[in-house]
Write a protein that binds this ligand. Structure first.
Ligand code: ATP
Length: 287
């Protein structure tokens, strides 16, 4: 039996550079792992893949990314035996926190350990990229500049340890819809990734907080004004900065002090309909 964590992520910056010939968007995004994680337990069984999730309504068949990841490893490595995957879901679903990718990455690592396959990180990332652009990042974790479709990774110095409050409003956002809406009306600004990387190199959290920027934010915010309301509240409760993650709708706030973060989380629980999590930044896988 093997137990692996699949960590959530936030995007500290997210830029769209254009549309590629393969139909995907060319992006440049600084991604950050969080301590908030799903737990996957993998157990060998005679044959086939079975999956249980403790969240009613979430797919447990081959539509589940963890299921697909296990199937891919079995096929690619000629594994005869099967696996049962048990998922304890903590990452909010369809929230811009890449929970599905986190579970897929954990299933890839889990299969590698369970069947002692000896797959390298590079090989796992290549397999992961076949299933989703965020999965290579989910495998490696830490602080990364991801380009291409999001699968080309440059490891960065760890973002200074920071408390993170997540507030997910009760609305659903589809990632393809957000990208289509962006194409129809791109906002006229871009994050300054070069300046962000320089600030990160210096460990200058305050400057990084000034430079967080997500080009999808106005797109999702137009459809869901509650996101702007959450950003304003997050700042009013003392966040260094507040922004939407990925295609949303989750808003994150960064906090230097645990107490301020805990107070902001409590205020969100009392004052809004948000699903609220208090967590912190996390380093690379295995650290
Ligand atoms: P994206 O990675 O597209 O930005 P997201 O982070 O906003 O998405 P996820 O939590 O990954 O959202 O879920 C997106 C959809 O993926 C869900 O609505 C669900 O149908 C499907 N899905 C498949 N497997 C999983 C999984 N293990 N956990 C969560 N969602 C999953």
């Amino acid at each position: 039996m093997v137990t692996i964590l699949g960590r959530a992520k936030i995007n500290l910056t997210l830029d769209i550079l254009g549309l590629r010939e393969d139909g995907f968007h060319e992006i440049a995004t600084v991604m950050q792992s969080l301590a908030l994680a799903d737990t996957l337990t993998l157990t060998r069984q005679e044959e086939g893949i079975t999956l249980r999730v403790d969240l009613p309504g979430l797919e447990t068949d081959e539509r589940n990314l963890a299921h697909r990841a296990a199937a891919l490893v079995r096929k690619e490595c000629g594994v005869r035996g099967g696996v049962h995957i048990d998922i304890t879901k903590r990452i909010p679903v369809a929230a811009g926190l890449a929970g599905g990718s986190a579970d897929a990455a954990a299933a890839l690592r889990g299969m590698n350990e369970l069947y002692a396959l000896g797959l390298s990180d590079d090989r796992l990332c290549t397999l992961g990229a076949q299933l989703g652009s965020d999965i290579p990042f989910a495998l490696m974790g830490g602080t990364v500049l991801a380009t291409g479709r999001g699968e080309v990774m440059q490891a960065l110095p760890d973002f200074p340890a920071t408390y993170v409050v997540l507030a997910k409003p009760p609305v659903a956002v589809s990632t393809p819809w957000a990208y289509r809406s962006y194409d129809a009306q791109p906002p006229g600004f871009h994050p300054d990734n070069a300046a962000f990387l320089e600030a990160l190199e210096r460990g200058d959290r305050m400057r990084c907080a000034e430079l967080v920027c997500n080009v999808l934010e106005p797109v999702t915010e137009t459809a869901h004004p509650v996101i702007a309301d959450y950003r304003t509240r997050m700042r009013a409760h003392g966040a260094l900065c507040a922004m939407m993650s990925g295609s949303g709708p989750t808003v994150f706030g960064l906090f230097a002090e645990e107490r301020a973060a805990a107070e902001a989380a409590e205020a969100f629980r009392l004052e809004t309909d948000a699903a609220v999590h208090l967590t912190c930044t996390a380093g690379k896988y295995g650290e």
